[in-house]
Design a protein around this ligand. Structure first.
Ligand SMILES: C[S@@+](CC[C@H](N)C(=O)[O-])C[C@H]1O[C@@H](n2cnc3c(N)ncnc32)[C@H](O)[C@@H]1O
Length: 342
């Protein structure tokens, strides 16, 4: 199924099997310099390697660390990998070259999931993984403009072929809109002060300029707590630029609809807004619809399509966070599709 066609942009896999840097450690660097340590890899593989034979969609392929481990763990699955970032797809293609007959890669947003799967001739899928947010190379490469540590252009687009940039948001939004995104996407307690400072200091063209203005806007005691003072602002702007939340529920809904009986959908989320969406959606699909009032029963006709594989969100172990501090915010949830009624 290599390079199978899709209107969303199928990627041709490299034909020769270069040897990806594969070992039992969590060090995931490939030859073109794409280094991303897959988060909660053991837990993800435990959940998704136990699916029925068939197609597993990796909706956020990144460097393909999870996909490669899944292909190794279960010889009866094939991977349909999606990413909106062409740099990630190029790295994933190289890394998965040894599995090319079991892999098909597509440049698209993950809400094209259903369209891609059907264009490949599949009516259902056995599993789906969403490992949300950005990869380490996206954050670390100054020229991508995601980093508050390395100076670069104010870009932050995962897909550099389209969409507004961070500069458009920072220089173009009015002050109340900036306050709103800092609160909603960044849980930023100093949203008003930061928004006021941004509006007073613009136009901005580089990440270092923005990081400095944000740092100066944050009260001095807060500057010394909780990491870089611009971290939450950069996260909020990145989520806005890439419209990360608006398509999430639709994409996960598509995955659940396509799952075969006992197929599984697993999601790693990295901030509260994302995780709230996942939690609500999974609960609703599991038939756990909240009653309109606490003293009333749930609405009649609430049909469960899936079961929650565990209650609440799993978190990475302390040992994993020590090895990979970027894993700290991860919240892991998963569901299994119920068998159809006989
Ligand atoms: C955290 S990384 C995934 C890392 C991957 N699991 C691994 O092991 O290497 C998230 C990836 O999802 C991609 N991504 C984020 N939102 C997306 C969306 N809406 N549609 C498609 N790809 C998306 C990003 O470009 C990034 O490469």
């Amino acid at each position: 199924m290599t390079g199978a066609g899709s209107r969303t942009g199928a990627i041709t896999m490299p034909s020769t099997g270069s040897s990806p840097n594969k070992d039992d450690s969590d060090s995931d660097t490939d030859e073109i310099g794409f280094a991303h340590v897959p988060v909660m890899k053991r837990e993800v593989i435990e959940v998704l390697s136990q699916v029925p034979p068939g197609v597993v969609v990796d909706a956020t392929l990144g460097g393909a660390g999870h996909s490669e481990a899944l292909l190794d763990a279960n010889p009866e699955i094939v991977i349909v990998g999606l990413d909106r970032d062409e740099m990630a797809l190029a790295a994933a293609g190289k890394r998965l070259a040894n599995h090319s007959h079991r892999v098909s890669l597509h440049h698209c947003r993950f809400d094209s999931l259903g369209e891609v799967v059907r264009s490949l001739g599949h009516e259902e899928i056995s599993g789906c993984l969403f490992d949300l947010g950005v990869s380490s190379p996206q954050l670390d490469r100054a020229d991508r403009g995601f980093s508050f540590r390395n100076d670069g252009p104010l870009d932050m687009r995962m897909d550099r072929s389209q969409g507004p940039t961070a500069a458009d948001v920072v220089n173009g939004y009015d002050e109340p809109s900036i306050v709103d995104i800092l609160r909603r996407h960044g849980d930023e307690p100093h949203a008003r002060r930061i928004a006021r400072a941004i509006v007073a200091a613009r136009p901005f063209s580089s990440t270092a300029e923005l990081a400095e203005v944000v740092r100066d806007a944050v009260p001095a005691p807060a500057r010394r707590r909780g990491g870089h003072p611009a971290r939450r602002t950069f996260q909020a702007i990145r989520i806005e630029v890439n419209d990360e939340l608006s398509i999430l529920a639709d994409a996960i809904g598509q995955a659940i609809d396509l799952l075969c009986p006992e197929g599984r959908c697993a999601v790693l989320a990295y901030h509260s807004g994302e995780d709230r969406i996942v939690k609500r959606l999974f609960r609703r699909a599991a038939g756990e619809v909240a009653p309109p009032r606490p003293d009333l029963p749930p609405p009649p006709g609430t049909v469960a399509e899936v079961e929650l594989l565990w209650r609440g969100a799993r978190k990475p172990s302390a040992a994993e966070i020590e090895r990979n501090p970027r894993a700290e915010a991860a919240r892991f949830r998963a569901v299994s599709k119920l068998r159809r009624a006989a």
